[in-house]
Design a protein around this ligand. Structure first.
Ligand SMILES: Nc1nc2c(c(=O)[nH]1)N[C@H]1C(S)=C(S)[C@@H](COP(=O)(O)OP(=O)(O)OC[C@H]3O[C@@H](n4cnc5c(=O)[nH]c(N)nc54)[C@H](O)[C@@H]3O)O[C@H]1N2
Ligand SMILES: Nc1nc2c(c(=O)[nH]1)N[C@H]1C(S)=C(S)[C@@H](COP(=O)(O)OP(=O)(O)OC[C@H]3O[C@@H](n4cnc5c(=O)[nH]c(N)nc54)[C@H](O)[C@@H]3O)O[C@H]1N2
Ligand code: SF4
Ligand SMILES: [Mo]
Length: 736
C-alpha cells in the first residue's frame, strides 16, 4: 500500500483487507487507514467467503492494539542490570555472545527454546520453528502445546497414527453437537476454525439440530444450547465412558471405518456404566444413556471438546473418548460428523510415519518427549536443577509463561537464574522482563499473514493470504528476519550471516522432496529449474508460493494475491484413508498407551472428591495475557474476579475478597457471586496479574495470576500436558 504524503490524521485514505491474527476464527477484516498509516476503522470483510463480514470486539480493536504506544519499537539489551534501547546489530551480537557462551561452556542441551501461542498465528512462527529447532540441536524444546492441546495430538497419534489428524466438527451440516468443555460462543472455537461460530451454532439450531453442552459453568454456549449438564471438573472421561458403554451394551454402534480393538473396547468399558459415571461426574445416569442413544440415532452428529477436556488430569483419555464416540456412531470422516480439512499449502508437518514418542525424556522427572517437545510443566525444574544438561539459556518466542504456565511464579524465579534469555516479543511484560535481549517484531499492519496451522482445522477448505499493509521503517526488522537470524546464530553462522539462506534451504527441501516423491507431478524434475518458477517478494512469500504450488489444489501466491478476500475451496470431504498411518493401517480404537491410563482413572474414582476445585474462564474481550493493554478491551465483564456459587459464598462466609489456597500457593482475589457456576467449583480467568513489565493500561487493571495456584507437579500422564481445570483448592474469607 502506498501512503500519500499529505498528512490528514484520522481521515481514511486507504483500505486494506486482511485476516485477523488474534484467535482461531480467522475472520477477514476490512481496515481503513489514514495517510499517517494509523487505523481509522476496522470492519468485518463482507466479501470474505468464509467469514462473510463477521467480527468480534477484539478484531474491532485491532487498530488500537496495532498502535499501542507500549509496543516496543527497538530492541532492548541488558547492560549493568538494566534493559536499554539498542540497535539491531548490537542486539544480534548480544544474542550471539549469550548463546555461544552457554553452548561452548555447557553444550547444546543447555539452551532451551519455547514457542508460545502467537507462533501458531504468525507466518514466522510456523516457518522458522523447525529450522530454529534443528540449528539449536537441543533436546529442550517446549511450546504452549503442552499447556493446551497436546492430549488431542496424543489421542489422534495413537488412534490414527497421525498426531495432526484432528477432525473438526462439520458444524454447518451436522444435526447434533455435543460440546464437552468448550465455550465457542466466547472463545470463537479452537482446533475448530470457523468465523462466526455463534452464528453457525444458531443456524444449526434453526435448521432443527440440537446442541448439548457439558460444563461446570452455564456459559454463554451452555445458556444458548438445547440442553446443559453441570459436570464435576476433571470427570468427563466417566461420562464419555458411560456413553461408550451404552452404545456397545445396547448394540447402537455402527463403525464405518476399518478399525481394530472393538471387542477390547467393549470389555474395557463394561465396568463404566452410566450409573458408575453419575457417582463421579454428577450427570444423571439416564441423561448419559439418553445422550448415547441420541448420538446414535441423529442422522449426523459431532462430539467436540477443548480446554475443559484437555488441560485436565485425564486430558488424553477425554480426547480419545471423544473420537471413539464419533467413530462408534459412524460420524468420523463423514459430512455432518467430524472431518479432516484439506489445506491449500503442502502439509509439511505430516510425516506419513506412525506416531512416535518418548524418543528422549526430560532430565529431572523423566517425562517423555512428544512431537519433539518436553512438557512445559517440567521447565522450571530443568532450569533449577544443577547437573549435566541443566537449562541455562532460553530462546523465548511469543510466550508469557509467568502468567500462562502452571505455577507461573516458580518460572518467574527460575527465569531470573538463567545465564541468558532472548525473547522475540512486542512487549516488556512479566516474562520478557527477565530477558537479556528483547527483539520486537513490527506492528501487526507491517506483518504479512498466512494461517499455516489454523488452516489445518477450518470447517471448510479455505485459504487466504494477507500481505503486510504498511512497509517496515528502516529501523525495523520483520519477524521472519529476526527468526532467520536467530536460526543462523544458533547454527554458529554468526550475527551477520545472510538470513535469506534459511528460506532457500526450506524451499530446496520441499522441491527435493517433491521431485523424489513417486507419482508426484514433478517426479524426476530438475530442482534448479523448479526453483526458477517460484515467485514472491521476500523469503516467506517464496516459501508460501512453493508450499501452495505443491499443495493439493495447485494454487500459487499470485492466485492468492489476486483474491485478497480469500478463496473458498469447498466443503470438507472424507480423507481418513489417506491420513491413516498406524502400523496396522487401521484405526486403533484401544491403543495400549491410552488404555493403560484407565488404571489411573479408576484410582481417581476411588479417591476422595476435593471439596472445591478451580477452573479457568475465557473472556470475550481478552486473549490469554496480551490484550489487557488495550483500553477499549478493558472493563465490562472482562475482569479478573473469582466466580463462585452464592451457596458457597454463604458456606464460607465470604465478603468482597477471598483467600484461595492450593497445594502450591495462595491468592487474594475479588469475589463475584454467580449462580452460573456449580457449587464446589470456582473460576478465575488466566492471563492476569500484570505486575511486571511496561504495559501501563494492563498495570492499572492488574488482576491476579490464576497460575500462582496451578500445580506443575500434576500432569495428564500420557501427554505430559498441564492441568488448569479441576485444581483442588480451599476458599476462606480474607481479613485485611
Ligand atoms: N475471547 C477469547 N477467545 C479465545 C481465547 C481467550 O483467551 N479469549 N483463547 C484462545 C485459546 S489460546 C484457546 S486454546 C481457545 C480455548 O477455547 P475453549 O476451550 O472453547 O475456551 P474455554 O473458555 O477455555 O472453554 C473451556 C470450557 O470448559 C469448561 N470446563 C472447565 N473444566 C471443565 C471440565 O472438567 N469438564 C468440562 N466438561 N468442562 C470444563 C469451562 O467452564 C469453559 O467453559 O480459545 C481461544 N479463543
Ligand atoms: N490457568 C490457565 N492457564 C492457561 C490456560 C487456561 O485456560 N487456564 N490456557 C492455556 C492456553 S490454551 C494457552 S494457548 C497458553 C498461552 O500461553 P502463552 O503463549 O505463553 O501466553 P500468551 O498470553 O498468549 O502470550 C503471548 C506472548 O506473545 C507476545 N506476542 C503477541 N503477538 C506476537 C507476535 O506477533 N509475535 C511475537 N513474537 N510475540 C507476540 C505477547 O506479547 C505475549 O508475551 O496459556 C495457557 N494457560
Ligand atoms: S473472532 Fe477471533 S479472528 Fe474473528 S475478529 Fe474476533 S479475535 Fe479476530
Ligand atoms: Mo490455547
Amino acid at each position: 500500500m502506498a501512503v500519500a504524503d499529505a498528512h490528514n490524521p484520522g481521515v481514511p485514505m486507504t483500505t486494506a483487507h486482511r485476516t485477523c491474527p488474534i484467535c482461531d476464527a480467522v475472520c477477514g477484516l476490512r481496515i481503513d487507514l489514514d495517510s499517517t498509516g494509523a487505523v481509522t476503522s476496522v470492519h468485518g470483510d463482507q466479501e470474505d467467503p468464509f467469514s462473510k463480514g463477521y467480527i468480534c470486539p477484539k478484531g474491532a480493536s485491532l487498530g488500537r492494539l496495532d498502535e499501542d504506544p507500549d509496543r516496543l519499537r527497538t530492541p532492548l539489551v541488558r547492560e549493568n542490570g538494566e534493559l536499554r534501547e539498542a540497535t539491531w546489530d548490537e542486539a544480534f551480537q548480544a544474542v550471539e555472545r549469550g548463546l555461544t557462551g552457554v553452548i561452548e561452556a555447557h553444550g547444546r542441551d543447555a539452551v532451551a527454546v519455547f514457542f508460545g501461542n502467537p507462533t501458531y498465528h504468525t507466518m514466522a512462527g510456523f516457518l522458522y520453528r523447525m529450522p530454529l529447532i534443528q540449528s539449536l540441536g537441543s533436546s529442550n524444546v517446549y511450546s504452549s502445546g503442552t499447556i493446551d492441546h497436546m492430549p488431542k495430538h496424543v489421542a489422534c497419534g495413537h488412534l490414527y497414527g497421525d498426531p495432526f489428524a484432528i477432525a473438526v466438527p462439520d458444524v454447518d451440516r451436522t444435526d447434533y453437537m455435543l460440546i464437552v468443555g468448550a465455550n465457542p460462543m466466547e472463545s470463537h472455537g479452537s482446533l475448530f476454525a470457523a468465523p462466526n461460530l455463534p452464528g453457525r451454532l444458531k443456524a444449526l439450531r434453526r435448521r432443527g439440530g440440537k446442541v448439548v453442552v457439558v460444563d461446570p459453568r452455564r456459559t454463554r454456549t451452555a445458556a444458548f444450547a438445547d440442553e446443559h449438564h453441570f459436570v464435576r471438573p476433571g470427570t468427563d472421561p466417566f461420562l464419555l465412558l458411560g456413553i461408550v458403554h451404552t452404545l456397545l451394551a445396547e448394540n447402537l454402534a455402527t463403525v464405518t471405518v476399518e478399525a481394530n480393538g472393538l471387542d477390547e473396547l467393549r470389555e474395557l468399558t463394561r465396568e463404566f456404566s452410566p450409573e458408575a459415571a453419575e457417582r463421579v461426574c454428577g450427570v444423571p445416569a439416564e441423561a448419559i444413556a439418553r445422550l448415547a442413544r441420541e448420538l446414535a440415532e441423529a442422522p449426523t452428529a459431532a462430539v467436540y471438546s477443548r480446554m475443559g477436556g484437555s488441560v485436565v488430569e485425564f486430558g488424553t483419555l477425554t480426547q480419545w473418548l471423544v473420537d471413539v464416540i464419533n467413530i462408534l456412531t459412524g460420524n468420523l470422516d463423514r459430512p455432518g460428523g467430524t472431518m479432516f480439512t484439506r489445506t491449500a499449502a503442502l502439509e509439511v508437518f505430516r510425516t506419513g510415519q506412525p506416531f512416535e514418542w518418548g524418543r528422549w525424556r526430560s532430565r529431572v522427572r523423566g517425562l517423555p518427549e512428544i512431537l519433539g517437545e518436553l512438557p512445559t510443566a517440567t521447565l522450571a525444574e530443568e532450569i533449577e536443577t544443577p547437573g549435566e544438561g541443566q537449562i541455562r539459556a532460553l530462546v523465548n518466542i511469543a510466550a508469557n509463561q509467568v502468567l500462562a504456565a502452571p505455577n507461573g511464579p516458580r518460572l518467574d524465579k527460575a527465569f531470573g537464574q538463567l545465564d541468558f534469555m532472548v525473547c522475540v516479543d512486542p512487549y516488556l511484560n512479566e516474562t520478557t522482563r527477565h530477558a537479556d535481549v528483547i527483539l520486537p517484531p513490527p506492528r501487526i499492519m507491517q506483518m504479512p499473514h498466512y494461517d499455516f496451522l489454523l488452516q489445518i482445522v477450518t470447517v471448510r477448505n479455505y485459504t487466504r493470504f494477507s500481505p503486510a499493509v504498511l512497509p517496515l521503517e528502516p529501523d525495523q526488522r520483520s519477524e521472519a528476519e529476526i527468526m532467520a537470524r536467530l536460526t543462523l546464530i544458533a547454527a554458529g553462522a554468526g550475527a551477520g550471516a545472510d538470513p535469506s539462506g534459511v528460506d532457500e534451504m526450506f524451499i530446496g527441501q520441499i522441491l527435493q522432496g517433491a521431485t523424489q516423491m513417486p507419482g508426484s507431478p514433478v517426479e524426476g524434475a530438475d530442482v534448479a529449474e523448479l526453483r526458477a518458477t517460484i515467485e514472491g517478494d521476500d523469503g516467506p512469500e517464496r516459501v508460501l508460493d512453493t508450499m501452495l504450488r505443491f499443495g493439493p489444489y495447485g494454487l500459487s501466491l499470485a492466485t492468492l494475491k489476486a483474491n485478497p478476500h480469500g478463496i473458498d475451496l469447498g466443503p470438507l470431504e472424507p480423507r481418513l484413508k489417506e491420513l491413516l498411518c498406524t502400523p496396522s493401517g487401521r484405526v486403533e480404537l484401544a491403543p495400549p498407551p491410552i488404555v493403560e491410563d484407565l488404571a489411573r482413572l479408576r484410582a481417581r474414582a476411588a479417591a476422595p472428591t476435593p471439596d472445591v476445585v478451580l477452573i479457568g474462564r475465557r473472556q470475550l474481550r481478552s486473549n490469554n495475557s496480551w490484550l489487557h493493554n488495550v483500553p477499549s478491551l478493558q472493563g465490562g465483564s472482562n475482569r479478573c474476579t473469582m466466580h463462585i456459587n452464592p451457596v458457597d459464598v454463604a458456606r464460607f462466609g465470604l465478603g468482597e475478597q477471598a483467600v484461595v489456597r492450593s497445594a502450591v500457593s495462595e491468592l487474594v482475589v475479588e469475589v463475584e457471586p454467580n449462580d452460573a457456576i456449580m457449587p464446589g467449583v470456582v473460576s478465575i480467568p488466566h492471563g492476569w496479574g500484570h505486575t511486571g513489565g511496561r504495559q501501563r493500561v494492563a498495570a492499572e487493571h492488574a488482576g491476579v495470576n490464576a497460575n500462582a495456584l496451578t500445580d506443575e507437579s500434576v500432569v495428564d500422564v500420557p501427554s505430559g500436558n498441564a492441568v488448569f481445570n479441576g485444581v483442588p483448592v480451599t476458599v476462606s474469607p480474607y481479613q485485611a
